[in-house]
Write a protein that binds this ligand. Structure first.
Ligand code: ADP
Length: 266
């Protein structure tokens, strides 16, 4: 029987990084990358030094969500070692596999190859001093998660879900994974995304398209904090597509919502 690798006490490879926060989801398409990008921007706006590692190797979205698809990070010698200089935008230092390979090529990678690529981005990235490094994890609970979580020390995990039953069922799996004995990462809480929709012409109305309070109810049941409920908003989708996360607009209702969410996460 193979003994599980002990979890390192501290992230020795990232001496300048104070906190590593993993953002996970059970199901794909629930808005994990959207939430992570906006959180990163909101944290940067709040004055923290922030890094964002796009570990969603089979569907990297960070280059699109920050409109940095054409960026090609370069290497720099630091203390005799080649380090990758992260791409910086809106005060967020980013690395994504999308900057290095065609995502279609990564699709056929085996788990070990994908994990190594992610580890390399984390360990060889010249992150400098960071208050928060956010990890946009792939959806689900794969061996990539296991290896990653065991090889770097993660301060806490956030799980994103929609209120819909199929998403909630997968969020439960995600939370169990972090709580399991050999992973043992503190769950900071659950974020309910796409919680409702309010049409512009009916500002008092909330339509619970994916069900009402699914994330809230689940958080209560599993006794994890509900960090926030984010509605379905056209500007959030548009911001993702145009590479200008909605959180950049601090004065907007959504900007305020993401700023609040960021305060709950840290
Ligand atoms: P995941 O990372 O979980 O696969 P994404 O962040 O890529 O999901 O989001 C999936 C789609 O839903 C994207 O088109 C994104 O713009 C959109 N989206 C996510 N959250 C919201 C929201 N709160 N309001 C509107 N659109 C959203």
């Amino acid at each position: 029987k193979v003994k599980p690798k002990p979890k390192p006490v501290e992230t020795k490879v990232l001496p300048g990084v104070k906190n590593v926060i993993a953002v996970a989801s059970g199901k794909g398409g629930v808005g994990k990358s959207t939430i992570t990008s906006n959180l990163a921007v909101a944290l940067a706006k709040a004055g923290y030094s922030v890094g964002l590692l796009d570990a969603d190797i089979f569907g990297p979205s960070v280059p699109i969500m920050f409109q940095t698809e054409d960026a090609r990070p370069v290497l720099e010698k630091v203390d005799g070692k080649d380090r990758i200089i992260p791409v910086e935008k809106y005060g967020v230092k980013m690395l994504s596999i999308g900057y290095f390979v065609n995502p279609d090529d990564a699709l056929i990678w085996r788990g070990a190859m994908a994990t190594n690529a992610i580890k390399q981005l984390i360990n060889d990235g010249n992150w400098g001093e960071l208050d928060y490094l956010l990890l946009d994890l792939p959806p689900g609970t794969s061996d990539i998660h296991l290896t990653l979580v065991q090889s770097i020390s993660i301060t806490g995990a956030v799980v994103v879900t929609t209120p819909q039953n199929v998403a909630l069922a997968d969020a439960v799996k995600g939370i169990s994974m972090f709580k399991s004995k050999n992973i043992n990462v503190p769950v900071l809480g659950l974020i309910e995304n796409m919680a409702w929709f309010t049409p512009a012409e009916l500002p008092e109305n909330k339509y619970y398209i994916f069900g009402k309070d699914g994330g809230k109810t689940l958080a209560n049941k599993l006794q994890v904090p509900l960090l926030g409920q984010i509605p379905i908003v056209q500007s959030i989708r548009e911001g993702g597509d145009s590479g200008e996360p909605a959180a950049l607009n601090e004065a907007s209702i959504i900007g305020i919502a993401f700023a609040d969410l960021a305060q709950k996460v840290v």
